[in-house]
Design a protein around this ligand. Structure first.
Ligand SMILES: Nc1ncnc2c1ncn2[C@@H]1O[C@H](COP(=O)(O)OP(=O)(O)O)[C@@H](O)[C@H]1O
Ligand SMILES: [Mg+2]
Length: 255
């Protein structure tokens, strides 16, 4: 039975920052396991808000309200302990943000430290090595593990942040425009990495870059003014969008 339960499902999910307006309006969608799903749409349409709701961002700010359900393996995360949700849901942001006071080594382990989980030295070494290998960063940093994470290039820092998220073995990895601060070569490396990583983790990625959505995602969502206008196979959405709004966005009429 397990396999038919979606890994993540939005059910009439709504998010409001103020009483008067909703930033995300009644989004319903089931995310497929071991795929990359792209979330597209013009600036301000609620992409980041939707993503951050999955990470329970609103628990940090009392004014933000989330309604409806967000099911992770069938369980409503809105009713779960934030600490449990954040262990199962990894997040990578737009600007690579390794913890600036921490070494590369400690950055990979930061999730464990934040959760108060103690590990033996050998276990730590193993987690650091395997996760830096997962993001194809090990060979570049294995001799400088005690240097600060911020000493790395932008692309390397972003791969370090992905390693930090993966170290917790999340069910789902959320990424908010993860390459928009990177140059084309670093971007290409991250895209190749994501294509590889989807075998291990389900990825939900917000992207402004339609070429990127086409290159890496098998499913796409198009959002407009807080609503999920269209959701389906990426190829179909690009070749034959169902809605006029989607078409207008994809051909660059609305941005
Ligand atoms: N912290 C916040 N407080 C109040 N309004 C916000 C906040 N963050 C985003 N919004 C509003 O919510 C809407 C959706 O924003 P956002 O999710 O950031 O869109 P996107 O990521 O698609 O650009 C916008 O109208 C934005 O102004
Ligand atoms: Mg955003």
């Amino acid at each position: 039975m397990e396999s038919i339960i979606p890994i993540l499902e939005f059910k009439k999910t709504c998010v409001s920052y103020t009483k008067q307006t909703m930033a995300v309006k009644y989004v319903s969608a089931a995310i497929e396991r071991n795929t990359i799903t792209a979330i597209m749409g013009p600036s301000g349409c609620g992409k980041s808000t939707l993503l951050r709701a999955v990470n329970l961002m609103h628990n940090l700010y009392s004014n933000i309200r989330v309604d409806g359900e967000i099911l992770l393996n069938g369980e409503n995360i809105l009713l779960m302990e934030p600490i449990d949700v954040r262990r199962r849901v990894g997040m990578v942001f737009q600007r690579p943000a390794p913890f600036p006071t921490m070494s590369i080594y400690d950055n990979v382990l930061a999730g464990f430290a934040l959760n108060g989980i103690h590990l033996s030295k050998s276990k730590k070494d193993e987690i650091v090595e395997s996760n830096l290998k997962n993001v194809v960063l090990w060979d570049e940093v294995k001799d400088v593990l005690n240097k600060k994470g911020t000493f790395l290039s932008g692309g390397q820092q972003q791969r370090l942040c992905i390693a930090r998220a993966l170290a917790m073995k999340p069910d789902i990895l959320l990424m908010d425009e993860p390459t928009s601060a990177l140059d084309p070569i670093a971007t290409k490396r991250i895209e190749e990495l994501l294509l590889e990583l989807q075998k291990k983790v389900t990825i939900l990625v917000v992207t402004h870059n339609m070429g990127q959505a086409k290159r890496i995602s098998s499913r796409s969502m198009f959002m407009y003014l807080g609503e999920l206008v269209e959701y389906g196979d990426t190829e179909t959405m690009f070749s034959n969008p169902e809605h006029e709004r989607t078409k207008a966005y994809l051909i660059g009429k609305i941005g």
